[in-house]
Ligand binder design. Structure first.
Ligand SMILES: NC(=O)c1ccc[n+]([C@@H]2O[C@H](COP(=O)([O-])OP(=O)(O)OC[C@H]3O[C@@H](n4cnc5c(N)ncnc54)[C@H](O)[C@@H]3O)[C@@H](O)[C@H]2O)c1
Length: 379
């Protein structure tokens, strides 16, 4: 058994949404050991949480800069090798940049940065560092999403002509209608979240799934946002028309005020020979549709699935795996890369996906501001 990879965690404290997902996912395939952390900007809360989950206190630091400084003093075979960045968005760039500049591997939450300019700077730092950078677009880790990618790559749908991706949540509905409440949430604060709430937080996952599953690039888009209130600076709903290759068009619909919706991410890809449809809330069913045959349902763990899909399944068919396993698959891919082992490029989203994501978010804002005009994305 090779030695475990020494993992540092930034953010993701006991008060956070996403911390538990990363902690559990990092343990699922037995590759990582949580060695050090800054779980929380408050040192007391940071140490209390470390005690609670049994991370040794000698590697719990008062802040991020101290973590880097102190870890760099340690011999390389004791030093944290990779850090997961799970803080609010505005801290992703400064943290990732400093980590890369000091030779660490990085696992980073999306959106990668708060602007395209930062994303490009990070890309340069990553090239220079030559270390591993994995972006946690969690949903690419699902076996049936991976199966979708492989079936499309093999040409099973024929020429693609229509894409429909949707990410609907309703939770901001409980906040947005109250003036005081809507100014107290970091996701609605441009200083902490970046220029977009809905597209930056969830629309970007749908965008990533479009490019991940089809292998195509969005070339241009037209976006219409809803802010609901004049004093609210951040989109809470948006519809984006997308153009990919010639005659390949589609739509990304995203909302945080879709009343009653929970985590309604779904994608459908329609081609001349067939179509595929997948929904995050029922992740173990991939529907293949045709105009001439009955609908087929693909499920994880069966030999008819691709290697990429099967590599993301740990148990025999019929034992449901979910979001923890999906994130664990991304951690597994990153572990292979960190260990210098062979891996498939579908195993984890990369720096390039992060730059594409920031390009998408900025383009949606630019399109809306220019009174819903078409905006080109980078090649
Ligand atoms: N991949 C996904 O599906 C997914 C889902 C949810 C959130 N996210 C992303 O994860 C990130 C965190 O989101 P969340 O919902 O967990 O946020 P949250 O507000 O629930 O938690 C943020 C955590 O970061 C800590 N923190 C804040 N400032 C810090 C600092 N300076 N140093 C160390 N820790 C600090 C807070 O104490 C808290 O524990 C965001 O970028 C978000 O977009 C991704």
């Amino acid at each position: 058994m090779p030695k475990k990879i020494r993992l540092g965690i930034l953010g993701g404290g006991g008060d956070s949404l996403i911390g538990v997902l990363h902690r559990v996912a990092s343990q699922i395939n037995d590759n990582y050991e949580i060695t050090g952390a800054v779980f929380n900007p408050d040192f007391k809360a940071n140490k209390a949480f470390a005690r609670e989950i049994d991370v040794p206190l000698n590697r719990i630091y008062k802040d991020f800069d101290t973590l880097v400084e102190e870890e760099m003093k340690l011999p390389e075979n004791e030093r944290i090798q990779v850090c997961s960045i799970l803080t609010p968005n505005f801290l992703h760039f400064p943290m990732a940049k400093k980590l890369l500049d000091n030779g660490f591997h990085v696992i980073c939450e999306k959106p990668m940065t708060t602007s395209l300019a930062e994303a490009k700077t990070l890309q340069k730092a990553h090239k220079k560092a030559g270390t591993v950078f994995a972006l946690t677009h969690t949903y690419t880790g699902y076996p049936m999403v991976r199966q979708m990618r492989e079936m499309i790559k093999k040409g099973e749908l024929g020429k693609i002509h229509k894409i429909d991706a949707r990410y609907y949540q309703g939770w901001i509905n409980t906040i947005i209608h109250d003036k005081k409440k809507r100014s107290s949430v970091w996701r609605l604060d441009p200083k902490k979240a970046g220029i977009s709430s809905c597209m930056g937080d969830i629309g970007v996952h749908a965008f990533n799934l479009v490019e991940y599953t089809t292998g195509l690039k969005v070339k241009s888009l037209l976006c219409d946002f809803n802010y609901l209130y004049k004093d609210n600076k951040m989109d809470v709903d948006g519809t984006v028309l997308i153009r990919l290759d010639d005659h390949v068009k589609g739509v990304i619909r995203s909302s945080q005020v879709a009343t009653g919706e929970e985590n309604g991410l779904a994608i459908a890809i329609y081609g001349e020979k067939g179509a595929l449809r997948w929904e995050q809330e029922r992740p173990n069913f991939l529907y293949k549709m045709s105009d001439t045959e009955p609908t087929q349902i693909y499920k994880p763990g069966h030999e008819y699935n691709s290697k990429l899909s099967l590599d993301g399944t740990k148990l025999p068919a019929g034992h449901p795996e979910g979001i923890f396993d999906s994130m664990a698959n991304i951690y597994l891919g990153a572990a292979k890369a960190i260990r210098g082992k062979k891996y498939d490029d579908g195993e984890f989203p990369t720096m390039e996906d992060g730059v594409r994501g920031m390009n998408f978010i900025e383009a949606t804002v630019a399109s809306h501001k220019a009174k819903n005009t078409w905006v080109k994305l980078m090649k």
